[in-house]
Design a protein around this ligand. Structure first.
Ligand SMILES: Nc1ncnc2c1ncn2[C@@H]1O[C@H](COP(=O)(O)OP(=O)(O)O)[C@@H](O)[C@H]1O
Ligand SMILES: [Mg+2]
Length: 249
């Protein structure tokens, strides 16, 4: 699948509809096209369908109508291991294992690639452990590598979740309400680190967010979702200006 005939598209949605039941559509005719390396923020009120859209784009849920592709592949048709090498999904609750250390959680990100008896027993190749430490370092949390996750703060856990996803070596990462509950300075630092890591690893990021200042910092593109639809005329950075004008800033 290509953009302008020769540039590949990282994430493409064509006329996507989704309902949890009875054709009660939560996503309505969503079409989008995200080029590789661009970071997209999806903004919208609570209940507008942000989480649903992210899960459908990540291949976790199949659209009722329409089509989703990541680098030209229909995500919901892939085997779980193929999917995890293409797409990393970070749920709002992060999905970390509380009793394992930060480093162990990060190493779990590589299970999809290295899956065998040794890794099942927790015996990861040394190179992989080094990579896990590097990922923690990139996120500024290497000094807590040996701490169990239940001892870490919310921001520290988010750093670990990103590091774990980096070990998966996905081409696209989707993160739900990431950095939403952190104070602005902390959220801003973590997002800056994510941008650096994404550039280094050549990852395309899509994030749901509800804070405009952060969206502006992180997003090359901001999509506005309202009642399951992308609001026409609000695609791009215009949503920021409009929302700020409405807030009287
Ligand atoms: N598992 C589910 N079953 C049925 N309805 C759901 C489910 N998850 C979400 N919804 C509904 O879908 C709509 C969009 O939800 P969601 O995608 O979570 O929105 P957002 O992330 O923007 O808050 C809401 O009306 C919500 O109640
Ligand atoms: Mg949500």
């Amino acid at each position: 699948m290509t953009l302008n005939g020769n540039q590949p598209v990282a994430v493409q949605a064509d006329q996507v509809w989704f309902s949890y039941r009875n054709h009660d559509w939560v996503l309505k005719n969503i079409s989008l096209s995200i080029p590789p390396g661009k970071h997209t923020v999806i903004m919208g009120p609570s209940g507008s369908g942000k989480t649903t859209l992210l899960r459908v784009l990540a291949g976790i849920m199949k659209p009722g109508k329409g089509h989703v592709a990541v680098f030209g592949q229909s995500t919901y048709e892939l085997e779980p291991r193929e999917l995890s090498s293409l797409v990393g999904y970070i749920p709002q609750q992060l999905g970390l294992v509380r009793n394992l250390t930060a480093l162990e959680n990060v190493l779990m990100g590589s299970l999809g690639r290295l899956f065998d008896v040794k890794t099942l027993l927790g015996l990861f190749p040394r190179a992989e452990s080094e990579r896990a430490r590097e990922a923690l370092d990139m996120m500024g949390i290497a000094h807590k590598a040996a701490e169990p996750v239940f001892c870490l703060s919310g921001g520290e856990r988010q750093r670990v979740a990103i590091a774990r996803t980096l070990l998966q070596h996905p081409r696209v990462v989707l993160a739900d309400e990431f950095a939403s509950d952190l104070d602005l300075a902390l959220a801003s630092e973590i997002l800056a680190r994510i941008r650096r890591a994404a550039e280094q690893e050549n990852i395309t990021f899509i994030m749901n967010m509800h804070r405009i200042g952060l969206a502006r910092q992180f997003g090359d593109e901001v999509l506005a979702l309202r009642d399951g639809e992308i609001v026409p005329g609000f695609i791009g950075n215009e949503i920021l200006e409009t929302a700020q004008a409405e807030a009287g800033q």
